[in-house]
Write a new protein. Structure first.
Length: 318
């Protein structure tokens, strides 16, 4: 019990190997100080007290820092755990088969790659699923392209040729282009423009004679969309609640809609907690210390929700 309490306060090292070395040093210094005092060499005794004091000051400082951290950690963890338990399950009212194309009702502007300072604050809008919704992405393909039937899902393991990604085989969305690593997607993706009326249509082709890696012969183009808009759409809402963001907890609500009858047919909340509370130094906020409600990434889970709800038409252009 005592070891557990010490560990919770960041003092678990006291009973570890390092702790044994610590106590050996303390006892050794005390022995030296007593010898100096007996020899009435008070100057050397005083000098030896300096490293002895340092040995105790450093643990006290560590203890105080850990106490301060726990004062933030424990209430934030309680809130995050409750959100995961009560507000993270997918809600799927119905699924749709043979969907040729989808409409992205909302996208984020293309990423500015000049710096990462926007991530250093608790209210970074993209924190729940970084780059989700971006027209272009620093890490992988842009948001519209990700849904096309010619593009590998970004989480596929690197290989030559690419290897199958189990999650997509389970959802039945793996295509047969070149090998099982290419998943089945939609024939086209429309993106609603800022005027709320016009659309851009993204399509892709693959020249199987090409062997460039990792996306052999892939070509994606976009043009103004003139046909009628796809019936089914995808959108999202960032949760910027200050009461959550002060604990470095970010959320996003991903929704699949039937635009013809204005109905949400599936939705899911995704939560991310930066448990380092934006710690500075070598650790970048919203990167190393993040926790989510699922073993897989929030991005993978969000894509799974969409593809579970809208099953792409098989046998189309691929």
């Amino acid at each position: 019990m005592m070891d557990a309490k010490l560990a919770a306060l960041g003092l678990g090292w006291i009973t570890s190997t390092i702790g044994i070395v610590f106590w050996v040093l303390v006892i050794g210094l005390l022995f030296v100080i007593v010898r100096f005092i007996r020899r009435k060499d008070y100057l050397l005794a005083s000098v030896t007290c300096v490293p002895l004091a340092a040995l105790f000051v450093l643990p006290v400082m560590s203890y105080m820092e850990q106490r301060e951290y726990l004062a933030k950690y424990e209430p934030a963890k309680a809130i995050f755990d409750k959100l995961c338990k009560e507000q993270s399950a997918p809600i799927i009212k119905r699924t749709v088969e043979d969907v040729e194309g989808i409409l992205l009702l909302k996208v984020r502007p293309a990423a500015a790659y000049g710096g990462e300072t926007e991530k250093n604050v608790p209210d970074w809008p993209e924190a729940a699923i970084p780059e989700f919704g971006r027209l272009t992405s620093k890490q992988s393909q842009g948001f519209p392209e990700r849904f096309l039937n010619v593009w590998r899902f970004f989480d596929l393991p690197v290989g030559n040729p690419p290897t199958p990604f189990k999650a997509w085989t389970e959802y039945g969305n793996v295509g047969s282009i070149r090998d099982a690593g290419w998943r089945k997607g939609f024939a086209y993706v429309d993106v609603l423009q800022s005027d709320g009326v016009s659309r851009s249509r993204y399509t892709g082709t693959i020249d199987e004679s090409k062997t460039d890696h990792p996306f052999p012969g892939l070509r994606v183009t976009s043009a103004p969309a003139t046909p009628s808009a796809p019936r089914y759409g995808v959108t999202f809402e960032d949760n910027l609640d200050p009461a959550l963001r002060k604990h470095w907890i970010a959320g996003i609500r991903v929704m699949v809609l039937d635009t013809q009858i204005n109905e949400i047919i599936s939705e899911q909340y995704f939560w991310t907690w930066e448990s380092g509370f934006g710690a500075t130094g070598q650790v970048q906020p919203w990167s190393t210390n993040i926790k989510t409600c699922f073993p897989a990434t929030n991005k993978s889970q969000a894509m799974a929700l969409i593809y579970t709800t809208l099953n792409p038409k098989q046998g189309g252009s691929s």
